[in-house]
Design a protein around this ligand. Structure first.
Ligand code: HEM
Length: 145
């Protein structure tokens, strides 16, 4: 279950990034098709939120498991600070922005939706544990690599 959730979380990142880029383009190009893409993006982002909440609460390094004895302080440990604080907070903000953007699309305010999506994209790119990030925090491009 834990591994399946982690793999899904990894793959869904690519789905969200692709949908986000498509929706972003459609927002600034004022394409009607943004109505469905922004909905799919929001569904994918909310699914990611649920999986992420499961991981940070009940996952293999989740809060319910507690901090290991070797880690006396959360904020002084780069791994736990990233996965319990930085990554969840930045991603939740990005998901809120994606949700707000969907509301703007429904109100036919495509330009504002575009700016909200651009900020969400920046937050997500900053918060993903890319393979080139610091050792410990970094993760693979795809599951099982
Ligand atoms: C757009 C939103 C998100 C993206 C793109 C994203 C992306 C990722 C990626 C690529 C990983 C590494 C997966 C792997 O090791 O194969 C990861 C891990 C993780 N994410 Fe997210 N994430 C998002 C939202 C969230 C949220 C909202 C939470 C918590 C509320 C969260 C909590 C976690 C945790 C705890 C891990 C580490 C899990 C483990 O190693 O067991 N994520 N995330």
């Amino acid at each position: 279950m834990e591994t399946g959730m982690l793999h899904l979380h990894n793959v869904l990142r690519w789905v969200i990034l692709i949908l986000l880029l498509v929706t972003l383009y459609q927002a600034f190009a004022k394409k009607e098709s943004i109505r469905s893409s922004s909905l799919w993006l929001m569904i994918a982002a909310h699914t990611m939120l649920l999986i992420g909440l499961y991981q940070v609460i009940a996952g293999r390094f989740g809060i319910l498991k507690g901090l290991p004895e070797s880690v006396p302080s959360l904020m002084k440990d780069s791994f736990y600070r990233f996965y319990w604080v930085e990554h969840p907070i930045l991603m939740v903000v990005a998901i809120v922005l994606i949700t707000l953007a969907r509301g703007k699309v429904k109100a036919l305010n495509y330009k504002t939706a575009g700016w909200l999506l651009l900020i969400a994209l920046i937050f997500i790119l900053v918060a993903i544990p890319w393979p080139f990030r610091e050792v410990g925090v970094n993760r693979a491009w795809f599951p099982g690599m």
